[in-house]
Ligand binder design. Structure first.
Ligand SMILES: [Zn+2]
Length: 189
């Protein structure tokens, strides 16, 4: 028993990287043209922002009567605004992370600068994730592991985030991994 084999690192999902995106509290930038956008969880942050002196040319989507549009509606309005946004504008958003991920994806596709966006994460800990195997993006993932909506593999959500993709990377777990049941029920933070 003198020459015991070295243990093999079998389950790579226990190694975490740390490229999670940075969020910050909403604040007014130097921009004179701003779009302010939020979901219901981000509404208090936007109300606090609007209580401060703010730029004249300001579009707020949308706190009228507390009736906040759904995510698709918010994204459609942001898309229209970005298409016409003058140079030096700013996009401010507060909400759950999948909304912010979708805004980042859209900004990337339209060539809108990430530096012109101030994003505050609020609400539940949900993530948009991209399957490393079939490239399907699954939105609103709430647990450390989940079943891919594209290929059906059980995936582990990594902390590695792609700005370009606007999503976290998710890799396959080995089917015999004993951690799967627990991770399928362990909420993300
Ligand atoms: Zn997949």
């Amino acid at each position: 028993m003198m020459n015991m084999p070295k243990p093999v690192v079998k389950y790579r999902h226990r190694i975490y990287s740390s490229s999670r995106p940075v969020y910050e509290d909403l604040r007014w930038s130097q921009a004179q043209d701003c779009l302010v956008i939020c979901d219901s969880s981000g509404a208090p942050a936007v109300r606090a922002l609007l209580a401060q002196p703010h730029p004249e040319r300001l579009i707020v989507v949308q706190l009228n009567g507390g009736n906040i549009p759904g995510k698709d509606n918010l994204l459609a309005q942001a898309s229209q605004w970005i298409d016409r946004a003058p140079a030096g504008s700013a996009l401010l958003a507060a909400g759950e992370e999948p909304l912010l991920c979708a805004l980042r994806r859209m900004a990337w596709e339209k060539g809108y600068s990430a530096d012109a966006m101030i994003l505050q994460r609020t609400g539940r800990a949900l993530r948009d994730t991209r399957c490393a195997h079939c490239h399907t993006i699954t939105s609103n993932v709430a647990f450390q592991a989940f079943t891919c909506s594209g290929c059906g593999r059980v995936l582990v959500v990594r902390d590695h985030y792609s700005i370009r993709l606007g999503a976290y990377i998710a890799n396959m777990m080995m089917p015999e991994d004993p951690m799967i049941p627990e991770m399928l029920e362990t909420a993300l933070k």
